[in-house]
Ligand binder design. Structure first.
Ligand code: SF4
Ligand code: SF4
Length: 515
């Protein structure tokens, strides 16, 4: 028995939680009982691969959740550790023959933990005596930081804009260079604070930010290039819009080039993905309700997202608000309209008027795209449409890169090991660019590239499509010319089809006559 499981086994029997998602006789409890303990998920779990501990495997985590739900164990520090050591990558879900929805379970467990912390007004009980003072300080600081990040920064566009403007200023004013040159960052990092030794990664994650200090809101309505075929809503995201504004702009252009009128409501807010992932489900539900209200007013055919983590959460608004009598139905209707950009573009008649993009790329599957949304082939199919582009498959493409929401900040050691493994595979491809559909993965892999001094770019698939359309001169054409050109292409395709059918009919007739 491991030290973790020993600690759990010796925890006094306690009453099961009376409120929160981890109770007996709840929907979550029924979900966890689907686990048949077969262990098929174990080889796919990155934390189990790294730690080799059953309690850090999907099966072990479900076992612990069930024990809490049945009141056999308390929400102890060990339980918290195992639940937050999970990446939430959902690779176990893909492997599970019993259909266990692990993503929903881990989110429920973390929500229960946060409820307990709130109730107790501190971190869970049983903190070790030797580290009590530091742990209390850490827990207070952590709670303060959580409130600042989840309640103040993420939900407010103004706050995220100000935060990232300050960051750009830090990078561009020379302050960052000074901090590095003088060793100030190392000194602060070594101070005995709750963040001792943990400041360098968050700082290093931020690549030199592009764009103006204060980015203007994206246009509320972008007309279709040519004839309008769809009216789509676009979720611009909170971090995505600040760090990868160029990806958002490319997404809008590509959608417009495919006959979409793109609606980007300026009043939309963070989708709540990071909240739900980290156990802040209450705030996540508030944001979900708010965004449903906003998007319902526009009556779009589909709601498009280019961030895998956000897309996965948006598709689960129905589950998140299932117990809300006012929103349950509306949330399910909202989720039914959500499409990842690659999923949407491969489901419509794609505009194939593309120029060459001569580049060798490799593709990393973001966990929340491949495991969370089961989207694997669509991005590859889109990329294969681009002339000149060569796709080299990546070994272990679906193995987590260590980003996992804020995991690379909260669990730096394990995240670093996962990044190392990912970068070894990426370097072996010899590609000029790594392509992936999630901002967190883009930042994490870009960090790996910088650390290794590789000459590689990190791109979103939509950026390559955008380049292909630009290379074809599509964006230079006035709308009417684009319509005429598409019409000509359609007519040509129709004529070719008619010619082929006529040829086949004549051939058939001649063959019959010659008998
Ligand atoms: S979500 Fe990922 S890290 Fe967590 S248990 Fe499943 S496979 Fe392991
Ligand atoms: S594969 Fe599914 S059923 Fe089997 S142990 Fe893992 S979660 Fe449980």
């Amino acid at each position: 028995m491991s030290s973790h499981s020993t600690a759990l086994a010796t925890t006094l029997a306690v009453a099961a939680p009376t409120e929160g998602p981890l109770r007996r006789h709840t929907h979550t409890y029924q979900l966890m009982r689907q686990c048949i303990h077969c262990g098929f998920c174990l080889p796919t779990c990155p934390t189990y691969a790294l730690l080799g501990v059953e309690m850090d495997s999907p099966r072990g985590r479900i076992y612990q959740m069930q024990a809490v739900a049945e009141g056999r164990i308390a929400i102890s520090p060990e339980f918290v550790e195992h639940m937050y050591c999970c990446l939430g990558c959902r690779a176990c879900e893909t492997a599970c023959p019993s259909g266990v929805q692990f993503g929903k379970l881990i989110e429920a467990a973390r929500e229960q933990i946060q409820l307990e912390i709130e109730r107790a007004g501190q971190a869970p009980a049983n903190l070790s005596a030797d580290g009590a003072a530091r742990a209390t300080l850490e827990s207070r600081t952590t709670r303060l930081l959580r409130r600042a990040f989840f309640d103040v920064l993420l939900p407010s566009r103004l706050m995220t804009t100000l935060f990232f403007a300050a960051l750009k200023l830090y990078q561009r004013s020379g302050l960052q260079a000074l901090v590095h040159a003088t060793g100030l960052l190392d000194m602060v990092n070594a101070l005995p604070t709750p963040f001792q030794g943990r400041l360098k990664t968050p700082e290093a994650l931020m690549a030199p930010a592009r764009g103006p200090l204060f980015s203007r809101p994206l246009p509320e309505i972008t007309p279709a290039l040519g004839q309008r075929r769809y009216r789509v809503g676009f979720i611009s995201g909170c971090i995505m819009d600040q760090v990868f504004r160029d990806v958002n702009e490319a997404t809008i252009r590509v959608l417009a080039a495919n006959g979409c009128e793109v609606i980007t409501p300026p009043q939309q807010r963070c989708c709540g993905a990071l909240h739900v992932h980290a156990g802040e489900a209450q705030r996540g539900r508030e944001l979900a309700r708010y965004n449903i209200d906003v998007f319902e007013a526009y009556q779009c055919d589909a709601i498009i997202i280019n961030s895998a983590g956000c897309g996965s959460n948006l598709k689960e608004y129905g589950h998140l608000l299932a117990d809300d009598p006012l929103y349950a139905e509306r949330a399910a209707a909202f989720s039914a309209k959500v499409r990842d950009i690659s999923e949407f573009l491969t489901s419509i008649d794609l505009n194939r008027e593309m120029g060459e993009v001569p580049l060798t790329i490799t593709y990393h599957d973001a966990c929340h795209l491949i495991h969370g949304q089961k989207i694997k082939q669509q991005p590859r199919r889109l990329l294969q449409n681009i002339p000149g582009l060569r796709l080299v498959e990546l070994k272990e493409a679906d193995w987590c890169c260590g980003s996992a929401g804020i995991y690379n900040i909260t669990n730096q050691d394990l995240a670093g090991k996962l990044l190392e493994r990912k970068m070894n595979n990426i370097a072996a491809t010899g590609a000029e660019a790594v392509v992936t559909g999630n901002p967190g993965c883009m930042m994490q892999i870009a960090l790996g590239i910088r650390e290794r001094g590789l000459r590689m770019q990190v791109l979103h698939p939509v950026e390559l499509l955008d380049q292909a359309y630009r290379a074809a001169g599509l964006y230079r054409q006035p709308a009417a010319a684009a319509v005429a050109r598409r019409r000509r292409l359609r007519q040509r395709a129709l004529l070719v089809g008619m010619g082929a059918s006529a040829g086949a009919a004549i051939g058939f007739w001649l063959a019959r006559r010659s008998r």
